[in-house]
Ligand binder design. Structure first.
Ligand SMILES: Nc1ncnc2c1ncn2[C@@H]1O[C@H](COP(=O)(O)OP(=O)(O)OP(=O)(O)O)[C@@H](O)[C@H]1O
Length: 599
């Protein structure tokens, strides 16, 4: 028999956002890392912004010059010279504004696309255990809301923050040249503001984090509510379901209210403090000019007064930015939690599986779920030949689903090993192995799309009509699909809402058939269908199982009888192995299970 494995081939380079280590890092560093490829564009944007924003710090200077020309009767040419500078500033304002938006938007949109793509990719790499722990609503919120918040926060920080910083820097330079004696006063305003921002941000962060956690909880509750809607409505439990959501809504409201109050207090306090400071400085400058303590012209007093106003406004704007920045950084941290999540399925660099014959060997396999004291599978020894059908039976909680999950590789043995065609699966790239595997779960999962899309899901190449039809025929699905208005192009609702249970199962069988897997993992539905439907599903399953290695958690007597071997499990251990007749003759656990199984 040919060895079914080949050494791994080189993979294309992965998105850089995933190569980074986010844990314990300040979100600003994370952002700096993510924005690295855009550094030249960002620098250009800052330069263009400074040009566009120059009127704010040049205008007070030019106004002062013009006032001095008038008051001191300087040559009129100076007036025209200043007017020309003003004219130039206004002429370049519009084109630079357009260019800035273009540069900034390209950078920010690229960042959000990279982040969303990295998050989705990471979700595909995270183990099934991770997905069982973290609700899909929380992950959904990260991809949609958190990235949106980062985008918004970056946009505002760039616009308002850059504006404030260029105003302050420009103002300080002009004052340094025109009235250097006032520089120390201005220099007090800026650090005072910076310190205030630090203090405020620290307090806002904890409130923001609480708010984010509540929103995530809400998101997961709503997802849970929608996914349970059938069960809820069928049992008349609407009020209980709404009660669960209402509880979280109250918490979101309280957390949001507290955050708003704190924001309000912080902004108002900041505004008052800074304006009082500005007024003091203005009066001080007027007194200095009035008594002639320092050589300050009338133009300088106007200029200083205008700078007090604009720089106070700039500082206030910077402080007002603190909540936005904090929110943005909190979202960066939130996304980092997923990008950094250690619970990855490790496949990279492992051997790729090029072909599978379907021989399995479980060697003293143990498995204990994280956080659980009791093992769910203990010392499982089982050798399976290619093409053999193994039925797993046993009471609820015996460990049957756990064995299937071990086989798919969703979970890895905590002891022992599983060999595929003689090679330890721990050394294999499981993604490549799964190309030879089909899973038919208890509840057939269909998505909102056509029957064709659902059946051919994940097949790289376009499936031709012939193949699609024969798969549907073999699955006993053609008879109802061909009667549908648009045939294979009929759209089925999400979760296949427009189909009967038996029809959904037959489509799931067609989906497995079209992939022509070497290994089939089947979790038989516990609920029996009506006679005809049941017979059609049974027949289709029979065709699907032929010639493949099959592991089936079996509930139907016919499936169990037809299996090559039946593995009877209890409490995570294999109790008995054999054919139906052998096990009946043994007169053990299998025989005890009979009445229930035969139902
Ligand atoms: N995610 C999990 N975390 C912790 N324990 C788990 C988890 N999933 C299953 N278990 C435990 O592992 C044991 C085996 O569960 P498993 O689902 O494999 O049983 P099963 O035989 O498939 O049962 P059933 O027929 O009811 O589906 C049970 O005791 C169960 O409580």
């Amino acid at each position: 028999m040919e060895k079914a494995l080949s050494p791994s081939s080189p993979r294309p380079p992965r998105a850089t956002a995933l190569d980074h280590r986010y844990q314990g890092e300040h979100p600003i560093r994370t952002l700096a890392y993510l924005l690295r490829p855009d550094r030249p564009r960002l620098l250009a944007a800052v330069a263009v912004f400074a040009v566009r924003h120059s009127p704010l710090w040049l205008l007070p200077l030019i106004t002062a010059n013009i006032i001095d020309v008038v008051v001191e009767h300087r040559p009129i040419a100076e007036l025209w010279y200043n007017a020309a500078v003003l004219g130039f500033m206004f002429a370049v304002n519009f084109p630079s504004a357009v260019l800035y938006s273009r540069l900034m938007s390209t950078t920010i949109r690229r960042l959000s696309t990279t982040l969303r793509s990295a998050l989705c990719r990471r979700m595909q790499e995270l183990s099934i255990g991770y997905h069982a722990r973290v609700s899909s609503g929380v992950l959904h919120a990260k991809v949609v809301r958190d990235v949106d918040t980062i985008e918004e926060s970056l946009k505002q920080t760039a616009e308002v923050g850059l504006g404030a910083i260029t105003t302050m820097l420009g103002g300080l330079i002009v004052i340094g040249i025109r009235a250097p004696a006032f520089l120390p006063v201005f220099l007090v305003v800026v650090p005072a503001a910076a310190i205030l921002i630090r203090v405020l941000r620290g307090r806002l962060r904890s409130r923001n984090e609480t708010f984010r956690k509540e929103i995530e909880l809400l998101s997961s509750r709503v997802t849970e509510m929608t996914s349970l809607i059938h069960i809820t409505r069928a049992h008349g439990l609407e009020n209980a379901a709404l009660g669960r959501v209402d509880g979280v809504l109250d918490r979101v409201r309280t957390a949001g209210f507290r955050l708003d109050l704190l924001n309000g207090r912080v902004s108002s306090l900041a505004w008052n403090v800074l304006n009082a400071l500005g007024v003091c400085c203005l009066i001080g400058a007027a007194l200095v000019a009035y008594y002639g303590w320092l050589p300050v012209t009338a133009g300088d007093v106007v200029m200083l007064s205008t700078f007090f106003t604009t720089m106070t406004a700039a500082t206030t704007a910077l402080m007002g930015l603190a909540p936005t920045m904090t929110r943005g950084l909190e979202s960066v941290r939130s996304i980092g939690e997923v990008l950094q999540a250690p619970d990855l399925e490790s496949n990279d660099g492992k051997r790729e599986v090029a072909a599978v014959t379907g021989a399995f060997e479980f060697r003293r396999v143990d498995f204990t779920y994280e956080g659980s004291d009791e093992p769910s599978v203990t010392e499982l020894d089982l050798t399976v030949r290619p093409g053999e059908t193994i039925a797993l039976v046993g009471p609820s909680g015996a460990g049957k689903s756990t064995v299937l999950n071990l086989l798919i590789g969703f979970i890895r043995p905590t002891g022992g090993s599983i060999l595929l065609d003689g090679v330890d699966t721990a050394d294999l790239d499981l993604r490549s192995y799964r190309r030879f595997l089909s899973v038919v779960p208890q509840e057939s999962m269909l998505f909102a799309g056509t029957i064709r899309e659902n059946v051919a899901y994940g097949l790289a190449d376009e499936v031709d009509e012939e193949t699609l039809r024969s798969a549907l025929e073999a699955a006993n699905a053609w008879e109802f699909v061909s009667r549908m208005p648009d045939g294979v192009d009929t759209v089925v609702g999400q979760h296949g809402a427009r189909l009967s249970g038996g029809q959904r199962q037959r489509l799931a069988i067609a989906r497995a058939l079209i992939r022509d897997p070497r290994v089939l993992v089947l979790d038989e539905a516990t609920s029996a269908l009506d006679g005809r439907s049941e017979a059609l599903v049974q027949e289709a399953l029979g065709r699907l199982m032929r010639g493949r290695t099959v592991f089936v958690v079996a509930h139907r007597l016919s499936t169990i009888r037809d299996a090559d071997r039946i593995v009877v499990m209890e409490g995570g251990r294999v109790r008995e192995i054999g054919t139906h007749e052998e096990l009946l003759a043994l007169d053990g656990l299998y025989r005890q299970l009979q009445p229930g199984q035969a139902a």
